[in-house]
Design a protein around this ligand. Sequence first.
Ligand code: ATP
Length: 272
Amino acid sequence: MIQLRQRIAQLLTTERPGDDSGDTTSTGTISQVPRAGRDLLQIRDVRSRYGRIQVLHGLSINVGEGELVALVGANGAGKTTLLRCISGVQPASAGTIMFENQAITSARPAARVRLGICHSPEGRQVFGPMSIEDNLIMGAYTRPTKDIAPGLNEIYDLFPILREKRALPAGTLSGGQQQMLALGRALMGRPKLLLLDEPSMGLAPLIVEEIFRIIRGLKQRGMTVLLVEQNARAALSIADYAYVLETGKVMLEGRGSELLANDDVRRAYLGM
Ligand code: ATP
């Protein structure tokens, strides 16, 4: 496995500048097709650490307007940390994060929500004792009061089960319904960029299919999505573009379909 990874890395990588711990970031691009549209999010050489432990080692990614971009890779590769750096709940210790050509690297999380970056976090993190409707309203805290009722209606049209159960505590929902709630809460912020962390985690296969159908629907409606997924096959099959992360670095990038079709990539990085 290691030899295979090294061979792919030799074939596909180009050197990038090193980080403050002396590491280097190598990326390989297998796509021959240029990406369409203007960049909504540009991340350059971002590093991040938990205390003394550096977990992102100079990552660079782009997300184009209207694209569905997936981040895949093994546990601990840094996918969640990167999403947290983008939403601002985890600081980037170096590098730049640009959103709509504006530097937001040091902006507070609420300011990023106001700009249109909304995060549906890993583990859903719904507020169990609060009603479903109040959970949704929490997601609209940056929007004017007059927008809340129409926003709720849109979410209830998307997820009718939430309308039906809107007065119940969120903790009474099943895992799949809680995922819909977490997604709905993020959508209540009217995102230009939706950060979606592990939406299929812990869900039964049929529910996973339903969640992915919803994500495809959001993309068809023009939403830009950055998706983190352990279920690499499902993520790559709907992604316009994808990055394979390994130990805090981008190892490979390409169109979702190209990564999915590449036997070496499947064996070395995706466990397929
Ligand atoms: P997973 O699918 O397991 O969440 P991931 O690719 O999303 O994997 P991260 O959650 O970003 O990876 O974790 C990257 C590294 O940072 C891991 O080694 C993890 O143990 C470590 N880490 C994550 N959160 C913290 C934290 N709060 N404090 C210390 N280390 C952390």
